[in-house]
Each structure stands twice: as C-alpha cells, then as structure tokens.
Ligand binder design. Structure first.
Ligand code: HAM
Length: 416
C-alpha cells in the first residue's frame, strides 16, 4: 500500500494547516478590508460551462467525468466561469458593481513543476459591473494588502501590468489586422517559456506571414510605457487608461509595487483589457497572482454584457515565497494551556479546570491520563504556551500554579 497522496494532490498535516490558515486569514482579512463580500460554489461544475468559454490551455487540463446519470461534469480548474454563471443567473436581482471574493480549491491536470500542483487553493477577487479602471486598482491593491498582511516585504515582489487593448493598438500600429490579435496574444504569452523561433512559428500558425510575425514578436521588447506610448500615438486610450491605473495605485499606497511590462499577456483567452501578474523579484518562482479585465465573459456564457475585472492568487507559490523569506513558521505560538495531573485522584479537578479555562475562551490541551511531572512538562513544551500540573497538594490548597513556558514565570490561580 502506498501511503502518499495521488500525484499532484496534497495532504495538510497540522504544521501545513497552520501555514495554510495563515494565508487564508490574510486573504480573508485583505478582501474584507477592501469591502469584498464572500461567495462560494461547489467544486463540481458542468463540463458544458467550462467548454463554452473560448478554448485555451486550461481546457485540456480539466478533470472531467460522468456521474451515474451520464451528466458530463468536471472539477473546476478556476473560479471565473463559475462566478460568471452565478452572476448571470441573478443578473436582474444583483446590485452592480459587485465586489466578491472566494477561496476556491481548483484542479488542473498540469505538468508538475515547482509551484505547479494538480490541486491548489486560490483567492479570487472580482469586481463585476464596473468598466472604470478604479476596479483594477481596487483589486490589485487588495491583493497587495494580502501580501503585506502575510508579512511579505514590498521589496520581495512586483506586479507587472500591461493591457491587451494596448497590445491590440500596438499590433494595429504594426499593420496587423484585428482578426489576428487574439491568436497573437496567446503566442506572445509564451515569451520566456518558449524560444523566439517557436513563438514566431505560433504566430505564423495563426495566419501571420513571416514579416508580420517578426513585427509582432518585436512588440515584446518594448521596455517602458513611454516607448509604448510613442508607438501607440498621443491619443491612445489604452495608454491613458494604464497611466490612470498607475496613478490610482499610487493613491492606494501601492505605487512602488506596480510596473509596466508589455510582455504580460496571460494565457487565458477571456481577458480583454488590463492584464497583470505578480512575480518575486528574484525571478525564481511562477506567478504569485494574476488577473485582468474580462468584459465579454458574461456574454460568452449567455448573460447580459457586463464589464468585469478580477484576479486569482494561489496558495502554492506564495507558500514557497514565504518559505524562501523564512516566514513559513509563525513568529509567535498561539496561546494554549496544557493541563495535566499526577494521579487519577486529580483527574476531576483537572477536567473542571480545563472546562473553566475553555469557558473563558482560553484554548486548553487537557492531558488525558496521569503523568509524571517531567513527562508532562516535556510534552507540554512541544505546543503549549502555559502549563498547569495538578498534584495532591494543589487540590488540598484549592489553588494551582500556571507556568509561562517561555519566561518560566509562575502565577497562582484558584481552582474552580
Ligand atoms: P491563473 O493565472 O490561471 O488565473 O491562476 C491564478 C493563480 O493561481 C496563479 O498566479 C497561481 O498562483 C495559481 N495557480 C494556477 N494554477 C496553479 C497550479 N497548477 N498549481 C498551483 N498554483 C496555481 C486564473 O485562474 C483566473 N481565473 C484568475 C481570475 C479571476 N481572473 C479574473 N478573475
């Protein structure tokens, strides 16, 4: 019998759970601080919904199956189609703009590399029903707040921002027709992942000739917003929008974190405007979070036209970053009393004391059998912050000593 979890799936032993909870707490706190409301859905989706959005990488990675009635179902690979479905289902009743978040487990049959599992949890932050760039700023700022709440210094990562609308303008400026743009985005997204020749081949596969492919590839070497602006022209709406976004992020206190990077395109085909991804500055890890504007997804699945922007922030990559930064273990132990006793005669008093402390909201690990003092304190010091050990004298005196396990100080309490 092999005791390991299926390949790509994870077990969470208590120390792993501690870290996962800390990440989830930071996500929840950051989303709540920014006024996002929590929603959720079942991890099983209809395969039809996942197929209805335009084809891309994720579609080949779906864990699909049939239920006993022959329904085609799948484990969700991401939350966005489900969110779009939920919004479309109540489009007449909901108040827009919505600011919703969830923490969703997602499944993708991916090639396993560092930072890529076949199952991960994702914070999703989405603003639905707002076309202004304020929505992008709000979403990115909330993700940056989550990073800060985890104790990750600003110097450790950057959020690289670009825009597919800008890329379209740049492709058009190079004489490439709009019908080639969607294919060009997915090819350009491979920069850094595939060699230049292969990307140009992908562009030719999309129907561009050799000259146009080389020109399209050339766009990815633009190194600043000013350089992009020079090519897009003085009246470029995409440039104006990006400048507005950077200025809003400054006001959110996140100015130093966001940088323009024309090579950010994103692999999902539903993005229509702003796209962004956060990376560690050492360049060792995959994207920490990523997202963008997707103004057409609601109509793609049959809903009314509704602008939307959002991001996914996975637990795997940020877990690796926390480890690299030495932040994967908690700075302080959470408060925990260990209560133990010498003989069976003190069991009832120990139980009463544990119940009393718990009723006061203090977590207690009540040891479940008599122990010698040495064994009790050695076990207690593994996890607890305070320890109470009851012997016959304590019961006779009606009081006990509470030992602070880090300072070794003792205080006296009355036994209840
Ligand atoms: P995504 O870029 O596919 O976007 O995933 C977002 C984040 O989820 C990634 O940056 C990464 O942290 C994490 N992630 C994705 N796949 C894996 C994996 N196999 N193993 C570990 N972590 C992973 C989306 O999913 C979009 N639906 C995000 C979005 C929300 N866009 C708009 N709203």
């Amino acid at each position: 019998m092999d005791f390991s979890a299926p390949r790509g799936m994870r077990d969470f032993y208590p120390p792993d759970m501690e870290l996962r909870n800390r990440v989830f707490d930071a996500w929840r706190a950051a989303a709540t601080l920014s006024g996002f409301e929590q929603y959720d859905a079942c991890v099983v989706e209809s395969l039809d919904l996942l197929k209805r959005k335009a084809g891309e990488e994720v579609e080949n990675q779906v864990y699909a199956f049939q239920d006993k009635s022959g329904r085609d179902l799948a484990l969700r690979a991401e939350m966005t189609p489900t969110l779009a479905r939920m919004v479309a289902a109540r489009q007449g009743a909901l108040q827009f703009p919505l600011k919703w978040f969830c923490i969703a487990q997602c499944f993708r049959y991916e090639r396993m590399t560092k930072g890529r599992k076949r199952e991960h949890y994702q914070l999703n932050l989405d603003v639905v029903g707002e076309e202004g760039v304020e929505a992008e700023a709000e979403t990115i700022a909330a993700a940056i707040r989550a990073m800060r709440l985890m104790g990750i210094p600003d110097s450790a990562y950057r959020v690289r921002v670009s825009s597919r609308a800008l890329l379209s303008e740049l492709l058009a400026a190079k004489g490439i027709e709009p019908k080639f743009h969607a294919g060009a985005f997915l090819a350009l997204d491979k920069k850094g992942k595939l060699p230049q020749e292969q990307i140009e081949q992908l562009l030719r596969d999309e129907g561009l000739d050799a000259e146009a492919s080389a020109k399209a590839f050339g766009i990815s070497s633009i190194s600043s917003l000013d350089e992009a602006a020079a090519l897009a022209g003085p009246d470029s709406p995409a440039i104006a929008r990006l400048r507005e976004l950077f200025s809003l992020l400054e006001l959110h206190g996140c100015g130093g974190q966001a940088v323009f990077d024309v090579s950010v395109v994103r692999g999902l085909s539903y993005y229509t405007g702003t796209v962004f991804e956060a990376f560690d500055v050492k360049g060792e890890l995959r994207a920490i979070f990523g997202g963008g504007r997707y103004d057409n997804l609601l109509t793609t699945i049959g809903g009314k036209p509704t602008p939307a922007v959002g991001l996914g922030f996975g637990d795997v990559v940020v877990g690796e970053l926390l480890k690299d930064l030495g932040l994967d273990r908690p700075a302080d132990r959470p408060e925990l009393y260990a209560v133990g006793y010498m003989d069976a005669a003190q069991r009832d008093a120990a139980t009463r004391l544990a119940a009393f402390l718990r009723s006061q909201g203090r977590p207690v690990d009540l040891h479940l059998r008599p122990q010698k003092a040495k064994a009790f304190f050695s076990q207690a010091s593994e996890r607890a912050t305070r320890a109470v050990y009851l012997g016959p004298d304590d019961i006779a005196a009606g009081r006990a000593r509470v030992k602070n396990l880090s300072t070794r100080e003792e205080t006296e309490i009355q036994l209840p």
